[in-house]
Structures are given as C-alpha cells and as structure tokens.
Design a protein around this ligand. Structure first.
Ligand code: PHE
Length: 454
C-alpha cells in the first residue's frame, strides 16, 4: 500500500477530478434538460441539488478513497471488515463505471464524426434544413459507430496505460486548460449574437409554471451524474490524494468548476439556438441536430463547428479516462494484476460491451429489435439502468455508510485534515447533517419517482 501512486500536486488532483466531472453531462445533457424543463427555475433547483446533496456525497467519496488508499471494493472492505455486505456498494460502483463507459464512448464517437463532417465539407455542403437529418443517418450507421467507438476506447486505454501521474494527470494538465480556452472562445462568440438577451432571460428568469416534480428529480439525478459521484470515480481519484490536502476545499473546487461549466455551456448554446429561432426544448437532439444547423450559418461556420465538437470530445475523453481508471484500479488492487494487464483486460471488456450500444440505432437486434420487444434499445437500457438505478443506489450506499456507519473520530479527522482550524467545526457539522438526512431522503424520492409512486 505504501507504493500507491499519488498526484503530483493539489492542482493535479483538481484538474483530473474536474476532467472526470466535466463531460457530456455538462455540454450535452445539462443544456437539453434545461431546455426541456423551461430554464430559469430548473437551473436554480439544479444548483441547490449540487450544493445540498451532490457536493456532500462528493466529499464523502473522496474521504473514503483517501482514508483507505484503495479503490471502491477495497475501501469498503477496509472500513467495514471482510465479508461485510457494504463491500457490495463498492462492487456496484465498479459495475456502474463499466456500464456508463460502454455507452458513453458511443456518444463521444458522434463528436468525432461531426468533426469529420465539418472538416470534409459535408456539413457546409448540406442545406441547413437538411442538417438535422444527418444525425439519425449517423445513429443508424453501424460501421461508422463501431469505428469511432474503437478509436475512442483505444485513446482512453492509451492514457490509462501511462498510470496515474504520467497518464491521467498529464493528460488532464493538457486537456483541461485547452477545454477552458475553447469554451471561452465559444462564449465570446455567443455574446456577440442577437439571441443573447433571450438566452439570459430563459436561463435566469424563474418561470415556475414550467417546472414539474419530475423535473426536480431529474435535476437531482443529473447532479450525481455530472459530479461523477455515486459510482467510485471520485473515490478512486481520492485514493491518490495526499493526506495533507483539505477534502472540503478540493471537493468544492471540483464541484464548483463542474457547475460553472454547465452554466457556461448553456450560455454558449442558448444564444445560438435563439438567434436562429430554434426550439430550446428539442431534447437530446439539441446538440447534434440544432446546434450544427445553426453553427454552419455563422461566418466561418465550419470552424465553429469543429471547435464545438472538439470541445465536447475532450470533455468526454477526460471523463471516460476516470471511468476506465475505476475498473483498472479494481483489477490492480483486487486481482493483483499489473496496470498493463488490467487496462487491456477491462479496456477489451468495455469495448465488447460498447458494440451493442454502437449498433443501437440500426435495424438489428440491439437496435430496433430490442426497441420493439422492450421499448428501449440497448443504449437506452444501459443509460436508464445506470442513471436511474445504479447511481442513486450507489449514492444512497455511500452516504449512509459514511454518515451513519463510519466511526466519528476517524471521519472527523479525515474530513478536517488540511482545513483551516476556524472552519473545521462548522463545515464538519454542516456536511454531516446534509449527508445524514437530506441526501438519503432526496435519493429515496428519486426511487419513488422511478417506480412511479411520485
Ligand atoms: N461526469 C461525467 C459527465 O458529466 C460523466 C461521468 C459519470 C464520468 C460518472 C465519470 C463517472 O459527463
């Protein structure tokens, strides 16, 4: 255990963890669910979910990892004893990471396809009103999806093979600043568009009539996904964190950056949408159908489109890196594999699991077949199960374990280490309250909603 790798610095951890948190969830999903839920109040509720539930769980996860210097399964075993059922929460995390990663790579692949479409002139060569139909065409094209998935999984494996410092941390130190700059350039562009005023109004003026209870629960569920919590990614990254760093401070930095980026992504996208008189509530197609249609009509259109999809790709890649690291760290810690073997093994498993998702838009069994049989294709099933069942279950397990099972002295020391004295008592008490009461109640509400009771 003394040999466990560590981040080179606090910044290294913050950039890697932010890389995990900032992903498709921020730039693709958050804007479209905001659009579907009427903006304004939904954004506010989301911020409350992050502050009241997401962040406390994030800190709890980093604490579990750092205290034990183990990946999820080992962390629970270490603190609760061999053979304890709590170990299952760790195992669920590993399974969730694999489930999410397998379909996440397919969406990342679409970004690569759109970069190519922008570069080779196909996007510019298509009449704007035809551009939305490029997306179903891509989704239905098995070959293109599989090729992109292959490239994406290979790129993720390549980083993880390099290890914690030379792989994950180094990649994050390059990818994250690049992502911030790209986002800033896109933001400046959006600020020059005529739809800016309407977008700001949509995002920040409360319109209570548009919000439903389902929207509130969607905000809560999405806060877990967006912060990468409840499945062991933050736990695993926390296991490489030095004991001298403050858990509340680093968690706040990561959660804060993730949330700011979600809001900025909306400030990039909605002015574009409104400037071209498009619908904010168009759903999942917002980013792959509406946005390219609008972008190509701007001066230097292809360039904006490349920039946007490259940004989305980088965000997805750094998130996928953290998901694969959960599996690989599990193989190293539990099965005593070398990093190389573990990476190749789990990388291959994910690739094989991802293929049915890559085929989900096509006519065959994994797409239309399953859809007709069960109402969802393979891709939709994986997303549904991971987001609606695995993540809330993992979040519930982690919050109850840390808030109710962990010995108080150990928990207090771990939480407050490295934090200025004057802050320690109040921060600790506030965090524990949220984790004890608000988090479990909120998560149970998600379940009741998923099974149709509320
Ligand atoms: N947080 C990532 C996003 O917003 C997704 C993710 C979930 C990554 C869980 C790692 C772990 O897209």
């Amino acid at each position: 255990m003394q040999n466990r790798a560590q981040w080179q610095s606090r910044l290294g951890f913050i950039l890697a963890a932010t890389g995990s948190a900032v992903g498709l969830g921020n730039v693709w999903k958050f804007p479209y669910i905001t659009g579907m839920n009427g903006g304004g109040l939904f954004v506010l509720i989301y911020l409350l979910c992050i502050a009241g539930v997401g962040l406390p769980i994030l800190a709890a996860e980093v604490l579990l990892g750092r205290t034990t210097a183990q990946s999820p399964v080992g962390a629970f075993r270490n603190l609760s004893g061999k053979g304890s059922p709590w170990v299952l929460v760790g195992l669920l995390g590993v399974i969730t990471a694999g489930t999410i990663l397998s379909y996440y790579g397919v969406v990342a692949g679409w970004c690569l396809d759109y970069i190519l479409l922008s570069v080779d002139g196909r996007l510019l060569g298509t009449a704007p009103e035809e551009i939305p139909s490029l997306f179903p065409e891509l989704y239905g094209d098995a070959t293109r999806n599989v090729v992109w998935l292959t490239i994406f999984v290979a790129a993720t494996i390549w980083v993880i093979l390099g290890g914690v410092r030379r792989g994950v941390e180094k990649a994050s130190r390059i990818l994250m600043p690049l992502l911030f700059v790209m986002l800033a350039v896109l933001l400046v562009n959006s600020f020059t568009l005529p739809g800016l005023g309407e977008a700001v109004d949509f995002l920040f003026a409360p319109r209570p009539e548009n919000l439903t209870p389902a929207g509130v629960l969607e905000a809560l569920g999405h806060s877990f996904f967006s912060l990468s919590v409840a499945m062991g990614a933050m736990l695993t990254y926390g296991s490489y964190l030095s004991k001298s760093e403050s858990i509340p401070a680093t968690s706040l930095a990561v959660g804060g950056l993730d949330t700011v980026i979600s809001v900025v992504a909306c400030l990039v996208l909605f002015p574009i949408i409104f400037s071209f008189g498009m619908e904010a509530s168009s759903g999942p197609g917002l980013v792959f159908m509406s946005i390219p249609t609008a972008l190509v009509q701007l001066p230097l259109g292809a360039l904006w489109s490349v920039l946007f999809f490259a940004l989305l790709f980088l965000a997805a890649w750094s998130s996928a890196i953290s998901l694969l690291e959960v599996l690989v760290a599990y193989g190293i810690d539990e099965w005593k594999l070398s990093r190389r073997k573990s990476t190749l093994l789990f990388g291959s498993v994910i690739y094989l699991l991802g293929i049915p998702s890559a085929l989900s838009g096509s006519e065959g069994f994994f797409g239309k077949g399953l859809q007709e049989l069960t109402g969802r294709n393979w891709f939709d099933w994986f997303d549904y199960v991971a987001s609606n069942w695995f993540l809330p279950l993992g979040g519930l397990g982690i919050s109850i374990f840390v808030a109710w099972k962990l010995e108080d002295q150990l928990r207090r020391t771990a939480f407050t280490e490295g934090t200025p004295e004057a802050w320690q008592a109040r921060l600790y008490a506030g965090w524990l309250m949220l984790l004890r009461y608000l988090a479990p109640v909120a998560i149970v509400a998600i379940f009741l909603h998923v099974i149709g009771v509320i």
